[in-house]
Design a protein around this ligand. Structure first.
Ligand code: CNA
Length: 249
């Protein structure tokens, strides 16, 4: 009898003991949060120049460019709930299979799903941070919808610096990169989920797998690591979670 890709995936998951998931925006699209590079993603809107919106120098010159973008994105994130794929990772952790999640996402949905060891390499939107002093912080939940919708600059009350959500812009250092690298090097299976693997340095992490580590890519569109992966499934992530029976229906 021929094994299906789902049989192969289940075998790989069940035979692993140290899975590290590397997740991106695609794991959250079914929660109503747009990704960047899908055909209907945020970058499909020609009025949005992603390179400029997330450029720290552009932000310092004109924070309203990012502010107007965030005014559209934040309402999608604010009340979003974890998807079946997020819950599948929580389940794999409960089964003693998953050691950590390295996520590029800023939406906090792995935390909402109850996962434990999460490395948010691109930060999160739970807090605003002052670009002058990283110690000056505000809870995003304390802002009114109207304040965020205005897209106006947020000024630090303590030092008058500009404040921005605690997410990484181009020109800033990724958070906890060493920790993420160590996790990938300790993994016996790296499970890539919902990322185009185009944003460095995170996109390069699969290259650091030790010999013998399995690489599985679950993503709707092709990625540059497909050729070296042990298994590639180009299906919808929630469908995968359901078909594996790793999430309650
Ligand atoms: P991306 O470049 O937009 O890639 C997303 C990938 O997911 C694409 O290749 C899609 O084909 C795939 N995909 C989308 N939906 C599904 C699905 N249901 N099932 C399977 N595959 C799917 O996003 P990356 O994460 O690779 O890029 C990194 C950026 C995106 C980081 O800086 C993030 O902060 C940023 N981002 C995050 C969010 C979020 O936090 N939810 C939303 C939008 C962008």
């Amino acid at each position: 009898m021929q094994l299906t890709n789902y049989d192969k995936l289940m075998d790989l998951l069940l035979n692993a003991t140290d899975i590290v998931a590397l997740t991106g925006a695609g794991i959250s699209t079914s929660a109503g949060i747009s990704d960047f590079r899908s055909p209907k993603g945020i970058y499909a809107d020609p009025s949005i120049d992603g390179e400029r919106v997330f450029d720290i120098n552009v932000f310092k010159e004109d924070p309203t460019i990012f502010g107007r973008f965030f005014a559209k994105l934040y309402p999608q994130i604010k009340d979003a709930q974890p998807t079946k794929a997020h819950k599948m990772l929580k389940k794999l952790e409960e089964m003693g299979k998953l050691r950590s999640i390295v996520t590029q996402n800023i939406d906090g949905l792995h935390t909402k799903a109850g996962s434990g060891n999460i490395i948010e390499v691109h930060g999160h939107v739970r807090e605003y941070v002052c670009v002058n002093s990283m110690h000056h912080r505000l809870n995003t939940a304390d802002f009114t919808g109207a304040q965020i919708a205005s897209g106006e600059a947020v000024i630090c009350k303590e030092c008058q610096g500009l404040m921005k959500p605690d997410v990484i812009f181009f020109g800033e250092h990724v958070k906890d990169l060493e920790k993420a690298l160590t996790e990938v090097q300790r993994a016996d299976l790296v499970l890539v989920m919902g990322t185009s693997l185009t944003v460095y340095p995170v996109a390069g992490l699969p290259e650091y797998c030790k010999d013998g580590t399995k690489l599985v890519i679950l993503n709707a569109m092709p990625t540059k690591f497909d050729d070296i992966a042990d298994l590639v499934l180009r299906d919808d992530l929630d469908t995968i979670a359901e078909k594996l029976g790793l999430v309650d229906k």
